[in-house]
Design a protein around this ligand. Structure first.
Ligand SMILES: C[S@@+](CC[C@H](N)C(=O)[O-])C[C@H]1O[C@@H](n2cnc3c(N)ncnc32)[C@H](O)[C@@H]1O
Length: 276
């Protein structure tokens, strides 16, 4: 059967990969201090074996290794270039190339590394529904045989705010949401993480949110992590895109402007037993 595949986040050329690897690094360093408490609240403990599904270039995994003593950190991703970066990071024990929607391949990696905790952060938003279903049902199948906690983290773009309101930013925000949807992804997926876990067979999901506010992070740091994806929402209007990029990096902008959004977390450590 032909499975529906997402075209969101393919990073076809090396220039795109290098730019995005740099942005992921800035994003992870900005958000990890805010998210660290949520990771602990959702079950991450020192000494755990952690498998990061869609680890990208590995900064987030490196920061986990630094913050949670003696974690054994493993990254899976389908992108060989990003995985090459992740492999070289301190604290990353192993990486493997794996299509997370490929059920046999993912089961094999889970059986190989036997994680205490599986993390999947900012990946579901780039997957098509059939890919998400395949990955989560694989995780449920593994969890029916082995003790493992599954932690999902993703964006809910409905939580984004800009103060004072800006028509250009709203247009960019809506444009990005539409662009990602056309490629097969979903920037509102964060709100549905508990439902996705339940549908896959996980019980009693725990849910929480982390606020990312430019007043806390500083606007310059916020823009350096999120300005380029946001401006991609104006790709069909190059002059407007240029104007937005210039506005975002202007030193005065951060004095008068505030932006933010929430990162949604959901987790579960048990699956429903089949009846009968
Ligand atoms: C936005 S990045 C997130 C990276 C990292 N999790 C983080 O939080 O910084 C999304 C990652 O998911 C990976 N990805 C998306 N779909 C995938 C799939 N079907 N199989 C494996 N990796 C996938 C991409 O290659 C990319 O590295």
């Amino acid at each position: 059967m032909q499975r529906e595949r997402s075209r969101s986040y393919l990073l076809a050329d090396e220039g795109q990969r290098a730019d995005e690897a740099g942005r992921l690094d800035r994003q992870a360093r900005l958000l990890f201090p805010l998210e660290r408490g949520a990771l602990a609240a959702h079950g991450l403990e020192p000494g755990h074996t952690v498998v990061d599904l869609g680890c990208g270039q590995g900064t987030y995994l490196q920061l986990i290794a630094e913050a949670f003593a003696n974690t054994r950190c493993v990254g899976l991703d389908r992108h060989p270039g990003l995985l090459g970066d992740a492999r070289a990071r301190p604290g990353v024990m192993a990486v493997a190339q794996c299509d997370l929607a490929g059920q046999a391949a993912l089961l094999r990696e889970l059986d190989r590394f036997l994680p205490d905790l599986v993390l999947c952060r900012f990946v579901l938003q780039h997957m098509a529904p059939a890919e998400r279903t395949a990955m989560l049902s694989t995780l449920a199948e593994h969890a029916s045989k082995r003790a493992v906690r599954v932690v999902l983290a993703d964006v809910d773009s409905a939580s984004s705010f800009f103060e004072p309101p800006s028509p250009l930013l709203s247009e960019a925000h809506q444009g990005l949401e539409a662009l990602q949807a056309r490629s097969g992804g979903d920037r509102r997926i964060g709100a549905r993480l508990p439902d996705l876990l339940r549908t896959a067979g996980f019980e009693s999901p725990r849910a929480s949110r982390v606020l990312v506010d430019s007043r806390t992070t500083g606007f310059g740091a916020w823009w350096s992590a999120f300005g380029s994806p946001l401006s991609a929402g104006l790709a069909s209007r190059p002059a407007a895109q240029e104007a937005l990029l210039e506005w975002g990096t202007h030193p005065a902008t951060g004095d008068s402007f505030r932006a933010g959004f929430e990162v949604c977390f959901a987790s579960s450590g048990s699956v429903r037993r089949a009846s009968g």
